[in-house]
Design a protein around this ligand. Structure first.
Ligand SMILES: [Zn+2]
Length: 283
């Protein structure tokens, strides 16, 4: 059986995604012979997140249940949705899936952060290393469609290229008065990749002191270093009902909460597909 859905609502996209997961789960279970389920042998799902449009094809062989029956078992309800905050209620999925989304939102969704700093001049009282560390912790607005992770970029260059790194320059000097250098003083070569707020203090300069540096930002994952975590909170709560959970995601502003949620789900899907492929090879 082949089903095609097209829709414009991203909650619908998520439902469809969770459905595809349910089928994969049944697929894995069948292959492990743990239960004698209505057999979903030879089932497969092709799913793509396309902007404002969903395309999903589910192929089910030898099934006693239709894909539509499975679709109704799962539901998603948005309780709160703000640019940096998202609260959703998930029903009909296993706790392990809901918790995997929570964990992936923290450690696997990429965001931009400064990773390399060349200090050209620093007469402030702060050591170069400390300045570099502070720069790394400034959340930067991230456009995931525009940049590649350095390890996945075609350039294969340790210095990077315009598709995998962004240069930010800081050149500040205190005149007669004490000056606080803020994140807003960083000048980026990409006007889209700037600090989420211009008010984060970097260093305080006494009269006559100067700081000049080049900082290179790149995409990275929270699992590698906490500076790449897009979330400031990612929490899963039980509601008291079976297979019902409330997921709360709050971001630092580099990405929207909805983007983090979607990317975490995409990551879960690709990880499960890889697992299913490896299992098939092993068999
Ligand atoms: Zn590159």
């Amino acid at each position: 059986m082949i089903l095609c859905f097209t829709g414009h609502d991203w909650t619908f996209q998520l439902k469809a995604f969770l459905l595809s997961k349910k089928i994969l789960e049944a697929y894995l279970t069948c292959h492990r012979n743990r239960f004698k389920l209505n057999c979903l042998k030879n089932s497969s799902c092709i799913f793509r997140f396309l902007r404002e449009k969903l395309f999903l094809v589910i192929c089910i062989g030898e099934s006693h249940e239709s894909a539509c029956d499975l679709f109704l078992l799962i539901s998603l309800e948005i309780i709160e949705s703000e640019p940096t905050r998202l609260r959703v209620r998930l029903r009909g999925i296993d706790r392990s899936y809901a918790n995997a989304i929570r964990r992936l939102a923290i450690s696997e969704v990429p965001s931009m952060a400064i990773d390399d700093v060349v200090i050209l001049e620093n007469s402030s009282v702060m050591f170069d290393e400390l300045v570099a560390h502070r720069l790394g912790l400034i959340p930067l607005k991230t456009n995931l469609a525009k940049y590649n992770l350095p390890e996945e970029c075609d350039c294969k260059n340790s210095l990077g290229c315009p598709k995998c790194r962004v240069l930010l320059v800081l050149d500040a000097e205190a005149g007669d008065k004490v000056r606080i250098v803020n994140s807003g003083d960083l000048v980026s070569e990409d006007p889209e990749t700037i600090a989420v707020t211009p008010n984060i203090p970097i260093v305080k300069l006494a009269p006559g002191q100067k700081i000049k540096l080049e900082a290179y930002a790149r995409l990275g994952r929270g699992g590698e270093h906490a500076k790449w975590q897009p979330t400031s909170a990612s929490v899963l709560k039980e509601t008291g009902r079976t297979d019902e959970f409330e997921l709360y995601i709050e971001t630092v502003g580099s990405l929207s909460a909805q983007e983090v949620f979607e990317k975490a789900i995409e990551r879960l899907q690709s990880a499960l597909s890889d697992f299913a492929k490896q299992l098939a090879i092993a068999e």
